[in-house]
Write a protein that binds this ligand. Structure first.
Ligand SMILES: [Mg+2]
Length: 206
């Protein structure tokens, strides 16, 4: 298993590398703070890497989620915080792929409860839900890890792209109405970046 703190450091780097793009996407249909908010939150988590590496994966995710809630303004902090805190609770100390699928599902349920969003509302859920369904299908099939990771990455990319033609129904983007169509959702992009980075890290493990 990858050290959780090290994985979260990798995610922080990915967020840093793409913060300007997240800002641009949010400037197009929101208030432009998504890049800065995500960066602030994940940088704070990355600073705790040593502490998180001493914890089991589930506890580390819970702790990272609490930090995101405290450090990140806007909607994204509580939503990503819920995802990690609730997901971490069901991940356990020595997770296999079935535990990861269950953790993602329970984390997404928490995001749905908090954000009151549904599939098709042009949010991070339009990435997370297809990823979760794909992961569950791969687990049910008994697919090997490489096949599973490739399928999950593809589901994330397709989910992200699907938000382009959606009408935003949540958050500030919903105030734009029809004008939100034609833009990728910034929260969907950050979710896809995170899924991609987690898959890369899991695929690279010895
Ligand atoms: Mg915003």
């Amino acid at each position: 298993m990858i050290n959780p703190g090290t994985l979260l450091q990798t995610l922080a780097q990915v967020i840093r590398d793409n913060a300007d793009e997240l800002t641009d996407l949010d400037q197009a249909i929101g208030d432009g703070d998504h890049g800065v908010n995500m960066r602030r939150g994940f940088d704070a988590v990355a600073e705790m890497a040593d502490e998180l590496n001493a914890l089991d994966p589930g506890s580390a995710l819970q702790k990272a989620g609490m930090t995101l809630v405290m450090k990140v303004g806007g909607a994204s902090g509580p939503l990503y915080g819920s995802l990690l805190m609730t997901g971490g609770k069901s991940l356990g100390s020595d997770p296999g792929v079935n535990d990861m699928a269950a953790a993602l599902r329970s984390g997404i349920d928490a995001v749905c409860r908090r954000g009151k969003a549904e599939p098709g509302d042009k949010t991070m859920l339009d990435v997370l839900l297809p990823v979760s369904k794909t992961l569950e299908a791969c687990v049910a099939n008994g697919d090997d890890p490489a096949v599973t990771l490739a399928a999950v990455r593809q589901a994330g990319s397709q989910g992200l792209e699907s938000t382009r033609d959606m009408l935003a129904r949540k958050g500030r983007a919903s105030f734009l109405g029809e004008r939100s169509i034609g833009h990728l959702d910034p929260g969907a992009r950050s979710a896809q970046l995170i899924i991609e980075a987690v898959c890369q890290a899991l695929g690279a493990k010895p």
